[in-house]
Write a protein that binds this ligand. Structure first.
Ligand SMILES: Nc1ncnc2c1ncn2[C@@H]1O[C@H](COP(=O)(O)OP(=O)(O)O)[C@@H](O)[C@H]1O
Ligand SMILES: [Mg+2]
Length: 273
């Protein structure tokens, strides 16, 4: 069963992209929560080293779609192909083995532990070692410092509790933590929603550096102007369906806004005009 599915999916991936094999190919993804059809059969491709902007009104299905890719949700229907091979994962840990990481909208940081501790959340081996005392703890702090430096993230006090940090610093830590797993796919759900201007710039610069390293980035944001700074492509979702996809050079803010509110892609009456 997997044999033929795999080659079909791989073929679909290469056909949909003249430049090479897609890193991620999602096909026919459906997800239901009780009576809510959050995803109604979504297809999405993600190329190596590209940044895909994922936009849509509230409840369009952006978070659900990316959570399916990060293993946080399991789709009811559909397939995910990674680097040409059919993948099946049911948890974020399994997605991590495919080198997929997600920075969640709520950040999933632990307020009551310090910066270094948060950077190692989910890497139990390291955190376990730190229980053996001061030296291990110091090693962890040094490694944490290296992680942040490598991403040009400036957090002066590594022993500060995360609760005491600014929104931008918290956001940076969540992103650094995800980046530390050395992902090939990094999904960021509203990473700049509460940030000051300089902090937004830092996140956008980070996305550019990750792209340059060949990381595929999915960026969900309501700050549409940011999309035109870092994205290669924009996909628009509307009521659980992907309704449009545009190369960044072939669209503009006005068109994207129209697509988001339901103009230009639905035959039924759109929501607003
Ligand atoms: N865990 C959940 N339980 C029930 N309904 C959910 C859950 N997650 C999402 N939904 C519903 O699915 C739809 C899509 O939500 P979501 O993917 O969060 O949209 P977006 O991120 O585009 O705002 C919404 O109607 C939302 O209420
Ligand atoms: Mg969301």
């Amino acid at each position: 069963m997997t044999g033929s599915g795999l080659s079909e999916a791989a073929q679909a991936a290469s056909h949909s992209n003249p430049h090479g094999l897609a890193r991620v190919t999602m096909r026919g993804i459906q997800k239901r929560f009780g009576s809510i059809e959050a995803l109604r059969g979504v297809d999405l491709d993600l190329m190596p080293g590209e940044c895909l902007g994922l936009v849509g009104d509230n409840a369009a299905g952006k978070s659900t779609l990316t959570k399916v890719l990060s293993g946080a949700y399991v789709a009811d229907e559909g397939t995910i192909t990674i680097d040409g091979a059919l993948a099946s994962f049911r948890t974020p840990a399994e997605a991590r083995r495919h080198r997929i990481e997600m920075v969640y909208q709520d950040l999933s940081l632990c307020d009551t532990i310090d910066v270094a501790g948060n950077l190692f959340l989910g890497r139990e081996k390291f955190v376990g070692a730190s229980l053996f005392g001061f030296l291990a703890k110091r090693r962890m702090a040094e490694e944490a410092r290296r992680m942040l430096d490598g991403l040009e993230i400036n957090i002066p006090n590594m022993s500060a509790l995360v609760a005491q940090l600014s929104g931008g610093q918290r956001q940076s830590i969540a992103i650094a933590r995800a980046a530390a797993f050395d992902p090939q796919v990094l999904i960021m759900d509203e990473p700049t929603s509460a940030l000051a201007v300089a902090e937004v710039e830092a996140v956008l610069a980070l996305i550019q550096r990750l792209k340059a390293r060949g990381v595929s980035v999915v960026l969900i944001t309501h700050r549409l102007q940011d999309l035109f700074r870092v994205c290669d492509r924009i996909a628009v979702m509307y009521e659980g369906t992907k309704v449009a996809e545009r190369q960044i050079a072939k669209t503009d803010l006005t068109e994207i806004v129209k697509l988001i509110v339901g103009e230009g892609h639905v035959s039924k009456r759109g929501t607003a005009s």
